[in-house]
Design a protein around this ligand. Structure first.
Ligand code: TIU
Length: 230
């Protein structure tokens, strides 16, 4: 029912029923894209992410905002101020960075506390800021379905297909796509609207998603091509 967009995805073209398709923007936060955020605290070079994925994300958002999609969702990796929703492994386990670079600490003054909801650095980057009527889903983990109401939100809106973009490709994006796949949502990953600190892992993720006939979903190279088809 309603308009269907044919998109030139791999491993085969996908038909997107627009009224039951949601755009899901994953963790476009300063904590991952800006110097002094959580991604930086983990030891990553964060400086190349923005140029690689934000122009594509902007194209997807612009297209989605001009359509009757089922929803536009923005997830953010965020913990409560008292960190009660952060498990010990993630907060202070043996693979955590040195004490002064952990979740809840301040690495750069203007950014506030790392990965804490309400801190300036935990907010979205300007290009990907949610607008009125769009849905923000805070999440304590990597996958957007873990300890969130996302599945219920999507079900209530009759969503069957997800257009997925965000950072980082092999961590929160891939985890979320695998969770979505197990729950029966068809996913389309937009290659120029996602980025990783480790380029070979982005390439590997894209290949993994569409391998075995599309074991996790579909991929499309350019946001522009998807936007034109919508
Ligand atoms: N470290 C890393 O690549 N990513 C994360 O910790 N979170 C997200 O991907 N959002």
């Amino acid at each position: 029912e309603g308009p269907i967009a044919k998109v030139n995805t791999l491993p085969k073209p996908v038909s997107l029923p627009l009224k039951s398709t949601a755009l899901v923007c994953i963790d476009f936060q300063k904590d991952f894209l800006d110097v002094g955020g959580f991604g930086h605290a983990l030891g990553n070079d964060v400086t190349k992410l923005a140029d690689e994925c934000l122009p594509g994300a902007a194209k997807l958002l612009e297209a989605a905002r001009n359509l009757p999609l089922a929803a536009i969702i923005h997830t953010k990796e965020a913990h409560l101020e008292d960190l009660s929703d952060c498990c010990e492994m993630k907060l202070s386990g043996p693979r955590c960075p040195p004490e002064d670079k952990r979740i809840g600490k301040v690495l750069a003054e203007g950014m506030g506390r790392l990965l804490v909801d309400g801190s300036p650095g935990n907010d979205f980057v300007d290009v990907a800021k949610p607008r009125d009527g769009e849905i923000v889903v805070p999440k304590p983990g990597k996958g957007a379905f873990f300890l969130t109401g996302l599945n219920e939100i999507l079900r209530a809106k009759g969503v069957s297909h997800l257009i997925v973009c965000g950072v980082t490709t092999e961590v929160c994006v891939q985890t979320t796509m695998r969770e979505a796949n197990d729950r029966g949502y068809e996913c389309v990953l937009v290659e120029d609207a996602t980025a990783s600190y480790i380029p070979k892992f982005k390439a590997a993720t894209i290949e993994m998603v569409r391998s075995q006939g599309g074991i996790v979903g579909y991929t499309v190279e350019k946001a522009e091509d998807l936007a034109r088809a919508l």
